[in-house]
Design a binder for this molecule. Sequence first.
Ligand code: NOJ
Ligand code: MG
Length: 581
Amino acid sequence: MRAIIFLPLFIILSSGNVIKQNDEKELEWWKTTIFYQIYPRSFADSDNDGIGDLNGITSKLEHVKEIGAGAIWLSPIFQSPMYDFGYDIADFYAIHDEYGTMEDFEALLAKADELGLKVILDLVPNHASNESMWFQEALKGNEKYYNYFVWEDGVIDENGNMQPPNNWRSQFRGSAWEYREEVGKYYLHQFVVGQPDLNYRNPDVVEEIKNVIRFWLNKGVAGFRVDAVNCLFEVDKDLYGGKYPDEPLSGRRDVDPGSYDYLAHIYTKDQNETYYMVYDWRDVFEEISAQDGLERVMMTEAYATIQDVVRYYGEGERKGPQMPFNFNLITDVDASSSAADMKHTVDKFLTYKPVDKVSNWVVGNHDNSRMASRYGSSLVDGINMIVLLLPGVAVTYMGEEIGMIDGEVSWEDTVDPSGCNTNDPINYYKSSRDPERTPFHWNAEKNAGFSTAEKTWLPVAQGYETLNVEVQKAAEKSHLKIYQALADLRRDDVFRLGRYDSLALNKDVFVFRRWYKGENYLVLLNMRDKDYTLDLTYFENIHGNVTVVLSSIQSPKDEGDTYPAFAVPVVGFEGLVLKHL
Ligand code: NOJ
Ligand code: MG
C-alpha cells in the first residue's frame, strides 16, 4: 500500500525541478532580452535626403544600448521600389540604395557587435516585388520563374468581359488578382498590386527562400522576423476541381464591402501547410547555429486566433519560431479596457502557450497606431512596466521608450498604400499606417534631429520640441528614465526566472506579482483617472509592508516610500513597481 502512495509522490518531487533547472541553466541570449524594432526609413537620416538609412541607424545604436535593449529588429532594408515601403522586395540579396550599401550594412553589424547588440532582419517570404527579376522573367515566359507565382485564368461574365478568377480581396482593398497581358492570366497579390504572392507549392520557391535565410544568417544576423507568415499558402485548388473557391462573407457589419475584412479568409490564411514550412525554416536556423553554437531567433507575424498563434511554437519533435508574436496587447486591450480585460489578455497568452516555451509581449509596431495613442499618454510608463516585467521577451517599437504618439499626416502627405487605396480624403487616416511611422524624435532641432532635409518622407509629428530623447535624458523623471530603470530591473532573477500571478483588484486596477526564492514584486497599473486605496493582501503571502521601487511619471511617490500592503494609495493612471518587504 505504502509503495503505491509514495511512488507518485516521488515522481512529482523529482520532476518538479523547474526552479532547480533554471538555477543551473544559463538562459539563451534571447530569452529575457528586449528586442527593439527599428523602422529604417524613420529612425535616423545620415545623408539628409529626408529618408532614414543604415548609417543613420549605426550612428544611433548607442541609444538602443543605453535604453537596455539587447537586439534590434529592422523592417526590410532590401532593394525595393517601395510600393509598400520595403515589404515589396525586388532583390532579396541586396540592400536598398536609399538605405545604403552592403558595406554600410556590414558596418552596422560590426558596430552592433561591438556594443553587444544582436541584429534581426525582416524576412518577407509571402511575396516579391513585381519589379523583381523573378517576376520580370515570369512575364517574359521564363517557365522557372513563371512557376514562382500564383497564376489563374480570368472568368468571362455575362457581358463577355473578363473578370478576376474569384472574389479574393487584397489586404489593402480591391481584388487580390491582377491581370497581365503578357501572360494572359491573373496573378495573386494578397497585398498591393506590386506584391505578387510567391507559390509555396513550388519546391524551387521553397529552396530559394531557404537560401535567402542562409545568405543573411551567414552574414552574421541573429535571426529573422517573418512577415505575414499566415498568408504563405492558399488552399490546394486541386481539391476544388482545379479552381480557387470564393471566400465566404465574414458577416461583419462594421466594414464596407470593399474592405478585406468583408470576407472570411478561410482559403488564403492559416492553412495547415504553413506550420510545416515554418518548422522547416527553423531547421535551417539550426543548421547555421550548429556552426557556432549561437541560437538564431525566429519571430513570426501572424494576426490569428490564439490557438493558431501558439501552433507556430512547434509540434512533437518539430520546432518552430521561438517567438510567435503575441499581439494581444495591441488587438485586445486599449484605453477603454478594464483591469479584468487586461488580466484576461495577459493570462490568455500565458495559458495557451506551451508550458516549456517562452512568452513575448508586443505592444506596437509600424502597422498599428502607437501604444501611447491607443492607451493614452498617461499610461505609457504603466504599459512599459507590463511589457518589460512580465515573464519572457519584451518587444519595443522605436519611440515607445519616450512615449511617442501618432503623427497627424494630411491626405496630401499620405503615402501608405493602405491609406491611399481608400481614395477617401476624409476617412483615410483610419486605414493609413503613416501616423505610427513618422520620424523618430531625437531632439528639439529641425525635424526632431532626424534629418536636416527640407522635407522628410513623412512629416515629423507635432510636439517633438518637448517630447524627445534629449529632453527626457535631461529630465529628472521621464518615460525614458523609467524605461531604462525597468530594463535594469528585468535583469534580476525575479523577473528572468520568477513566477507570475495576477489580479484585477477592481475594475480599473490591474496588478501582477513576480516572485522567486522569497522575493516578491508587485507591478500595479491604475488604468483610470481615479484615486484608490488598494488592498494588496488579496495576493497570497502578501502582508506587512511594500516599498516603492519605481513609479510612473505622474506618481507622487518616491523610491523607498513604504506602505502597509493592505492600504496602498494610488492616484489616477499611476503605475508602480512595489517590492514586498
Ligand atoms: C506585414 C507588414 O508588417 C506590413 O507593413 C506589410 O504591409 C505587410 N505585412 C505585407 O508585407
Ligand atoms: Mg537618408
